[in-house]
Design a protein around this ligand. Structure first.
Ligand SMILES: [Ca+2]
Ligand SMILES: [Ca+2]
Length: 293
């Protein structure tokens, strides 16, 4: 369904909120809804920056001249200076929780795409859910999507054409009822098949995901506590995971170390150290967590 949806989005742009941003001049046909505000104008909404662990105030968080958007879709370290990978088709999905203080409980899925060439380079698109209690079954993505989607496009010149499609999902409470689950997207762009997924886990009653961060995994709550929960500002909670078992339902990991480390503009939750010993099931294991298909 979502595959048909996104292809429709690419053609029937009058049915959705549309924002077009050429390189030199930004034109907003419709103001993005407040959950998608982009404070630093780097094409990543603030909520996505929180989830991807980039700065919502700086378009190049590590000041290495590679834009945050590029580092996020390439899954390299946007908090560490690095060398830009070759220009290529890229795709990644990120799931975010409700904006703090918004009064909403809606989660969002954000599809981030870099296309080298024309829009017609995207020849296939599909999305689905998988759940460890039903291995091998691909559930339709629209079980959890609410629509309408918000589509944005930017001609980034030498950095290609950037697209985001943000889709409102069910409430975090409903998502937690389904967790653990993976949300997948797969697309063929310019002859390259790209696959991205986000694992959603129920971590001691809290809906969360794990974000690759410097060879480890950052614990990212989709329900951050407004004003902090007594945690440490400018720090992030990083996990070391040890595989316990693997089967048709996914891979079971144990958190063998958890600690707060430096990361500006993120807060390390006060319960971070208490996460040691947690057992986490991830339907697609390390490959799913790192996007290394
Ligand atoms: Ca931004
Ligand atoms: Ca950078």
């Amino acid at each position: 369904m979502f595959g048909k949806l996104i292809l429709s989005l690419l053609i029937l742009t009058t049915t959705i909120v549309w924002v077009w941003e050429p390189t030199s001049q930004r034109i907003d046909a419709v103001d993005p809804p407040s959950p998608l505000v982009d404070s630093d104008g780097d094409f990543l909404p603030d909520c996505v920056e929180y989830a991807a662990l980039t700065s919502a105030a700086r378009p190049d968080s590590d000041e290495d001249s590679v834009p945050d958007f590029v580092e996020v879709v390439q899954r390299v370290g946007p908090r560490r200076e690095g060398v830009e990978l070759p220009l290529d088709q890229e795709m990644r999905i990120i799931v975010t929780g409700p904006r703090t203080g918004s009064g909403s409980d809606t989660a969002w899925m954000h599809l981030l795409v870099r296309i080298v060439g024309s829009m017609q380079s995207m020849s296939t698109f599909e999305s689905w859910l998988d759940l460890p209690w039903s291995p091998g079954v691909q559930f339709p993505f629209d079980m959890l999507s609410l629509g309408p989607a918000v589509f944005r496009e930017r001609d980034a010149g030498d950095e290609g054409r950037w697209l985001t499609v943000s889709v409102p999902l069910a409430s975090t409470e409903v998502l937690r009822a389904f967790a653990p689950l993976n949300i997948h997207v797969r697309s063929t762009i310019g002859g390259r098949t790209l696959h991205s997924l986000v694992p959603l886990i129920d971590a001691a009653g809290e809906l969360a995901t794990l974000v690759p961060f410097d060879q480890r995994f950052a614990f990212h709550s989709l329900e951050p506590q407004p004003g902090g929960d007594g945690g440490q500002p400018n720090r992030v909670c990083l996990f070391d995971l040890s595989e316990v078992s693997s089967g048709a339902g996914g891979t079971v990991f144990e958190v063998v170390h958890a600690g707060c480390e430096d990361c500006n503009e993120v807060e390390c939750v006060s319960t971070c150290a208490n996460s040691v010993g947690w057992i986490i099931t991830v339907p697609d294991g390390f490959d799913g967590l790192t996007g290394s298909y």
